[in-house]
Design a protein around this ligand. Structure first.
Ligand code: MN
Length: 232
């Protein structure tokens, strides 16, 4: 009998995002997220807005919801928040990447949502436990198509905005990032070996809030793109 596969159970599909207007796919390796990277959001969460060393957490690559898909309200939570974020898509990896070369490693950008079970995250924070249940749950990372940096460059400024049912809830500017993209890559690559296909969610501006089933989340980042997600 011919051996068709050495794997003893079915192999999971490669998580990916579409590349805008191309029919091509960007394969996703890991998802890193930066915490408290806009001063006004740090303040609304009760933290010091001054520049402290950036900190990171992760979501799973298969937590992605491909652009304009639905976000199923997750189990186990009564308070789920939207966090709109600029997503960096790494084309090239490395360790200890220098700030001045960091953007050479970026393949493109996308608009993402770091959906958060805020009640569970809060309980974990209080107990000094990991944030996974609050952050790294199924469907917790809706993300738009990736746009290549070769088309749009590396956005350092531009409006970042989220509307819920037509009303603006989050509004900021990429220029307000406490840690800029090259600095994030520098610090992160000192902690982990970055790989092609890694995504980095760069933090959210103020205005996070709870979503309900039926809500329409309209996300927009100037110069990058837009995404619409329905909570179901
Ligand atoms: Mn976030």
């Amino acid at each position: 009998m011919p051996v068709t596969s050495q794997y003893v159970i079915p192999v999971s599909p490669v998580p990916h995002l579409p590349v805008r207007n191309s029919g091509l796919r960007f394969p996703v390796h890991r998802i890193y997220c930066v915490g408290r990277n806009y001063a006004d959001h740090a303040i609304e969460m009760g933290h010091d807005p001054n520049r402290e060393t950036p900190f990171f957490f992760q979501k799973n690559a298969d937590n992605l919801v491909i652009g304009n898909g639905s976000f199923p309200y997750p189990s186990g939570s009564k308070e789920v928040h939207h966090e709109i974020e600029l997503v960096v898509a790494m084309g090239d990896g490395g360790t200890d990447i220098a700030r001045k070369n960091a953007l050479d490693h970026v393949w493109g950008y996308a608009v993402g949502l770091d959906m958060t079970r805020r009640d569970l995250q809060g309980e974990m924070k209080k107990a000094g436990r990991p944030w996974e249940v609050g952050k790294a749950f199924d469907h917790s990372a809706p993300c738009s198509d990736v746009v290549p940096a070769s088309e749009i460059g590396h956005p350092g400024a531009g409006r970042i905005q989220l509307k819920v049912n037509g009303e603006v809830r989050q509004l900021g500017n990429l220029s307000q990032l406490i840690w800029k993209v090259p600095e994030i890559i520098m610090v992160l690559s000192g902690l982990f070996e970055l790989k092609p296909g890694d995504l980095i969610m760069t933090g959210t501006p103020a205005g996070v809030g709870a979503v309900n089933r039926g809500d329409l989340l309209e996300c927009f980042i100037e110069g990058v793109g837009e995404m619409t997600t329905r909570v179901v």
